[in-house]
Design a protein. Structure first.
Length: 105
């Protein structure tokens, strides 16, 4: 069961700060962009004539999102390991799975 944004008890951060989760609670931290690096993302894609397909990120990257394109209806679209899994309604229509894969450079 999800929560609406209004249910979250988040602190109000100042300009230049970011929210960080630590020990189960949220706090404001200074955003030291210079020491963090640059987020480098790529999309990994695969297609199949079947109804189920997974696509994985390279081991040097972490999956941050993904999605499915089903030629029939999508049954599930979800993260799976370090990638994304698509399950389409049966019918052999084909599926394309994509994963957004990121690393910090």
């Amino acid at each position: 069961m999800g929560h609406s944004f209004g249910e979250l008890q988040l602190p109000a951060c100042n300009e230049g700060q970011i929210l960080k989760l630590s020990g189960g609670s949220w706090s404001c931290k200074n955003d030291d962009v210079g020491s963090v690096g640059t987020l480098n993302c790529a999309v990994s894609t695969s297609s199949s004539p079947g109804d189920t397909l997974s696509v994985n990120c390279a081991s040097s990257r972490t999956v941050t999102g993904g999605g499915c394109i089903c030629n029939t209806l999508a049954k599930t679209s979800r993260p799976s390991g370090n990638g994304w899994r698509c399950d389409c309604v049966t019918g052999g229509g084909g599926v394309t799975a994509y994963a957004v894969c990121c690393s910090i450079a």
